[in-house]
Design a protein around this ligand. Structure first.
Ligand code: PGA
Length: 275
C-alpha cells in the first residue's frame, strides 16, 4: 500500500483564488508522485465544490470572479479530496442543524475522506469521544474514509497519557464494524507536537506509539485490525518527514501548516516517494 499523505489546510487560505492556486500546486505534486504516494487534500468546506468540480459545476458558478473553467475536468484519480469534519448525525432527509455539514453533503460534494476528532475540535469545540464515535459511524455509512485523530495533550507520567490515548481509540472506534476496518485511518497527533517549527518528537517515540496503538487495536479486533492504517501528524516538515515512516513505522503523514507551502509540501512528498 502506498504511503498516505494528508494535507490539512485547516482554516486557510482566505480567498477562493488563493485556494485554487494552492490546490493546483498541490495536485501538481500529487500527479507527479502518484505512483509512490496517495495524496489527500483537505480544504475548508466552502472550497470543496470548487476543487471537486464537474458534478458541482452549478455550485462553482458562484465563484464568478476567478477563472475556473480549466478546473472543471480535474483528474481526481491521482489524489483525493477530504473534509476536516462532519456532523455526528446523518438523517436521510437532512435536518435542522444550523451551521453543520453532513457526511452525505460531503460525499455529494466530492469528498472521499474526512478528518474526525482533530485535537483542535476537541479543544475548541468540546468534542468528546462519544461524539467522535458517532462521526466515525456516519462517515463510514456515507462511504467516506474517516481519519480518526488521537493523541495526548502532554506527556506527563506514562501511565496517564497512555491510558488517555487508549480511551480515545477504544471510545472513538466504538461504533465501527469489523467489516469497515480497512477503510479507517488512525492519525497519531500528539497535541504538544502540533504547529511547531522544529521536530518536536523523535522517530523512536513515534515508533513506540505506533506499536502501542497497534496493540490496542489488536486488543479490540485481533488480526483483523492489521488493515487499519496508522499515520503520524504534528509539525511534519521537510528534512525529517521520511523518518516517521522508515524509523517510526507509520504508513503516512498528516501535514498541517507545511501543506500551505507547496515547495515544502513537494519536499515532504519527495522524501516519502524516495523511501
Ligand atoms: P501541523 O498540523 O503540521 O501544523 O503541526 C498538523 C495537524 O494539526 O493536523
Amino acid at each position: 500500500m502506498k504511503p498516505l499523505i494528508i494535507a490539512n489546510w485547516k482554516m486557510n487560505p482566505a480567498s477562493p483564488k488563493e485556494a485554487m492556486r494552492l490546490f493546483e500546486a498541490s495536485t501538481d505534486i500529487a500527479r507527479r508522485f502518484h505512483r509512490d504516494v496517495e495524496m489527500v487534500i483537505c480544504p475548508p468546506f466552502v472550497y470543496l465544490p470548487l476543487v471537486c468540480q464537474k458534478q458541482n459545476s452549478r455550485n462553482i458558478s458562484i465563484f464568478r470572479n476567478i477563472e475556473i473553467s480549466k478546473y472543471q475536468d480535474v483528474d481526481i484519480s491521482m489524489y483525493r479530496v477530504g473534509a476536516q469534519d462532519c456532523f455526528w448525525e446523518n438523517p436521510r432527509r437532512g435536518g435542522a442543524y444550523t451551521g453543520e455539514i453532513s457526511a452525505t453533503i460531503l460525499k455529494q460534494n466530492g469528498a472521499r475522506f474526512v478528518i474526525v476528532g482533530h485535537s483542535e475540535r476537541r479543544e475548541y469545540f468540546g468534542e468528546t469521544n462519544a461524539v467522535i464515535a458517532k462521526k466515525m459511524a456516519v462517515a463510514l455509512a456515507a462511504g467516506l474514509t474517516p481519519i480518526l485523530c488521537i493523541g495526548e495533550r502532554e506527556r506527563n507520567d506514562a501511565s496517564s497519557y497512555l491510558s488517555f490515548v487508549k480511551q480515545e481509540i477504544e471510545e472513538g472506534l466504538a461504533l465501527v464494524k469489523k467489516t469497515q476496518l480497512s477503510r479507517i485511518v488512525v492519525a497519531y497527533e500528539p497535541m504538544w507536537a502540533i504547529g511547531t517549527d522544529e521536530r518536536p518528537i523523535t522517530p523512536k517515540q513515534v515508533f513506540e506509539m505506533n506499536l502501542y496503538i497497534k496493540k490496542i487495536l489488536y486488543g479490540i479486533w485481533g488480526k483483523h485490525s492489521s488493515t487499519i492504517r496508522i499515520i503520524y501528524g504534528g509539525s511534519v516538515a521537510p528534512g525529517y518527514a521520511a523518518e516517521f515512516l522508515t524509523e517510526g513505522g507509520m504508513m503516512g503523514l498528516l501535514v498541517g501548516h507545511q501543506s500551505l507551502k507547496p515547495k515544502n509540501l513537494e519536499k515532504i512528498v519527495y522524501e516519502i516517494a524516495a523511501i
